[in-house]
Design a protein around this ligand. Structure first.
Ligand SMILES: Nc1ncnc2c1ncn2[C@@H]1O[C@H](COP(=O)(O)OP(=O)(O)O)[C@@H](O)[C@H]1O
Ligand SMILES: [Mg+2]
Length: 313
């Protein structure tokens, strides 16, 4: 495998705000790489830097073997960039939008028909090809935007939160398309706020305050979490939360809606003990069970640790 993206200390300043702060990334050709992190972490700035749309403040990067600072024009034909607030032409039809982007990217006339047909099929938009973009559902608009991004068959895709705000069914369809592209060999870097999506990536980078705080496979990131997970569905969330934090063997408590996720030193041993403690303290629970840990819990735990470190400074 060869590196398609390499950055050394990649940094972007907005006045004295280090929006992207000393990023060392090494992404191999063919990866499906997820960029996750809370709002303001620097995901969009990173992707815009890699797309050659922003000047680098410090550090260096190569994309598709071109130097980002001096050869950004040469990089552009090699990438498909889909902005977080992408713009389709609302008054143009699905087909007209595709043709418009084909024109911008100089797609050869003899290739055009085949490519458009393939993308329409791929995105499930064939029967809507004459519908105006403005009249498509949110999910279909995203798929059309992705198709426009793919019209020049770039080997590298940079997608900025392509599924944010889309219904779960469309999200899954969109990811099926990404998986298919990944299998065809396209390198994909996708930012997302959804942790279940991070789980579908071959590797994930977590950004926090401009920095890459962890970069590994989903499996290894999950393994960062200390302890086993016990899921509790209490009737009185607040009382249960208060008690849980004081129980022996409980390393960390996270809340998901009305559910408590307890990380304990030994799941097999603690399950019964914790259930008993709830009963003894008169806190009724509708269920308690051991559960596998997910990326989401690992990230929340990591971010919490970072926030504690920051506030301790
Ligand atoms: N054009 C800009 N001008 C000034 N500050 C910006 C600009 N774009 C982003 N920022 C700041 O840079 C940081 C990272 O933002 P961004 O890359 O959009 O994060 P994310 O995509 O992870 O939400 C934030 O603090 C944001 O306020
Ligand atoms: Mg963003």
């Amino acid at each position: 495998m060869t590196a398609i993206i390499e950055t050394q200390g990649l940094t972007r300043l907005y006045k004295d705000n280090r929006a992207v702060d000393g990023l060392d990334l090494d992404i191999q050709s063919g990866e499906l790489f997820g960029l996750v992190g809370p709002d303001g972490a620097g995901k969009t700035t990173t992707l815009r830097l890699l797309a050659g749309l922003l000047f680098i403040s410090e550090g260096s990067a190569t994309v598709a073997e071109f130097d980002l600072a001096s050869q950004s024009e040469a990089i552009k034909p090699n990438i498909g960039y889909m902005a977080q607030q992408f713009s389709l032409y609302a008054e143009l039809s699905v087909l007209e939008n595709l043709l418009f982007f084909a024109d911008i990217y100089d797609v050869k006339k003899d290739k055009l028909q085949e490519r458009v047909d393939r993308l329409l099929t791929f995105a499930g938009l064939t029967e809507f090809k004459d519908r105006r973009a403005a009249h498509l559902s949110g999910g279909m608009q995203k798929k059309l935007a992705l198709s426009c991004t793919l019209i020049h068959q770039p080997p590298l895709l940079l997608l900025d939160e392509p599924t944010t705000g889309v219904d779960p069914v469309s999200r899954r369809e969109f990811w099926n398309i990404l998986t298919e592209l990944h299998m065809e060999g396209t390198t994909i870097i996708v930012s997302t706020p959804y942790m279940d999506e991070a789980d579908r990536c071959s590797r994930v980078g977590l950004m926090y305050e401009g920095k890459l705080v962890i970069c590994d496979t989903p499996k290894n990131i999950r393994a960062q979490l200390k302890g086993d997970l016990i899921e509790v569905f209490p009737d009185d969330w607040q009382a249960a939360h208060q008690l849980a934090q004081t129980l022996p063997g409980v390393l960390e408590v996270q809340t998901y809606g009305e559910t408590l996720h307890l990380f304990v030193d030994d799941g097999a041993k603690q399950l019964k003990a914790i259930e008993k403690s709830f009963n003894k303290n008169g806190i009724s629970i509708s269920s308690i069970r051991a559960a596998p840990t997910r990326m989401e819990e690992a990230f929340i735990s990591l971010i919490r640790r970072l926030e504690d470190e920051t506030s301790a400074k």
